[in-house]
Design a protein around this ligand. Structure first.
Ligand SMILES: *[C@@H]1O[C@H](CO)[C@@H](O)[C@H](O)[C@H]1NC(C)=O
Length: 399
């Protein structure tokens, strides 16, 4: 006979796993303004974490000469894309901005060009409002591009300026192509106070971004991680007689907490949806609503559960498992949809993929292990009926 299954070890592993995944997404997003010097050994007095597109701006201002020296860092969606930083002397958005754009030249070297942007029409290299004394750009191995420039501002004494920044995924025929129109792209603007050293956005955009991030974290944790973890717990722990009824309480508490967090996240999503008048993310929204309905059904399923030996229990099982697996699949799909909309630093998507792939890996291992245990049990059961009590007590469907 097999030695007692290591169910406590498994429980501990799953708990550890879910706690670790709870902690990861809540770490601070901006590790950006910590850089001390650049490859050209230049140091800058100020650094602003810009509130959109994970970009930041190091800079110095010489008011006597009206020169602004800057290093703008951002990560284009792919290595053949572009990054841009601009001043807009006449308005707050893109139209009218005087842009510095860095991208790879046909030979592979990075270069900086200037554009007087008047509309969404294809760009044409041109002179801009300020003089550019020197400029260069470099790409880091991580994909971030830093654009260096020293510019002379034409209007002495004008020290509060509107700035705009942007990233784009491609360059066509030597011309930076259109960027995406996600909220992160559209919110990439603010004002820069050259004497006080700070960059600000309208608080509106700021608090909206905060709300979106809260929405993201709550939903990734609940729908994206806790629900699937709770399913894994139920499916694989109960194969061990010694984990009964612990698996049940573990499963219920995991799913009920996931539901509580998920409903909170869902509420923030509804709020964001009602505030976003110009853009509707219908697929993300519809999956979200379906998830809420399904998860609520699961809570009722818990209350309406027939006894283990009731003749309807088998139907209940089919229904509970069907809805449960749908929640897991839709939840994971919607996390990716949400990441597409929010466009956080790529490391968050990578982190989520790692978490969900590890959970998948653990589930696969446990699946194989369960098969072995169940087959062994069947063999043993034929000769000695040693696990009969267990098998009768459970309506577990074999894998
Ligand atoms: C940029 O283009 C606009 C429209 O063609 C023009 O009025 C403006 O003078 C240009 N700015 C510079 C600095 O060339």
């Amino acid at each position: 006979m097999a030695s007692p299954p290591p169910s406590s070890l498994l429980t501990a592993l799953l708990l550890l796993f879910s706690t670790a995944s709870l902690i990861t997404p809540s770490q601070s997003q901006s590790a950006t303004c910590t850089r001390q010097s650049f490859t050209n050994n230049k140091r800058y007095t100020f650094c602003n974490d810009l509130p959109s597109l994970n970009s930041f701006l190091h800079w110095d201002f010489n008011s006597a000469q009206s020169t602004l020296s800057l290093a703008f860092t951002a990560t284009p969606p792919n290595p053949d894309g572009w990054v841009s930083w601009a001043l807009n002397p006449t308005a707050t958005g893109m139209a009218g901005s005087q842009a510095l754009v860095a991208f790879k030249q046909p030979g592979g070297a990075m270069a900086v060009k200037t554009y007087n942007i008047t509309s969404y029409a294809p760009l044409k290299e041109s002179k801009v409002w300020f003089d550019v004394k020197d400029s260069s750009a470099e790409a880091s191995s991580g994909g971030a591009v830093t654009l260096f420039a020293t510019v002379v501002l034409p209007e002495k004494g004008r020290t509060v300026l509107n700035h705009v920044w942007q990233v784009g995924g491609s360059v066509a025929g030597g011309v930076p192509a259109k960027h995406e129109f996600q909220p992160a792209n559209l919110n990439a603007k603010g004002s820069l106070d050259l004497l006080k050293g700070h960059s600000s956005t309208s608080t509106d955009g700021d608090s909206k971004l905060k709300k979106r991030n809260i929405h993201g974290v709550l939903n990734v944790v609940s729908w994206g991680i806790m629900f699937p973890t709770g399913i894994v717990t139920a499916r694989y722990l109960r194969v061990f007689p010694s984990a009964d009824p612990a698996w049940f309480y573990l499963h219920v508490s995991c799913q009920v907490s996931a539901y509580a967090i998920g409903v909170a996240g869902w509420g923030t999503g509804l709020k964001l949806g009602s505030e976003s008048k110009s853009i509707t993310y219908s697929v993300h929204r519809n999956i979200g609503i379906t998830l809420f309905v399904f998860a609520t059904l699961q809570v009722f399923a818990l209350l309406l559960r027939p006894k283990k030996d009731h003749k309807y229990r088998v139907y209940w099982n089919v229904y509970h498992h069907g809805v449960g697996y749908s929640v897991a699949v839709l939840g994971i799909i919607n996390v990716f949809k949400g990441l597409e909309i929010l466009q956080p630093d790529p490391k968050w998507k990578r982190a989520y993929i790692i978490v969900i792939a590890s959970l998948g890996g653990i589930a696969l291992l446990l699946e194989a292990f369960t098969w072995v245990v169940v087959l062994k049990r069947k063999k043993a059961g034929k000769s000695a009926n040693s696990y009969e009590g267990y098998n009768n007590g459970h309506t577990r469907q074999e894998p």
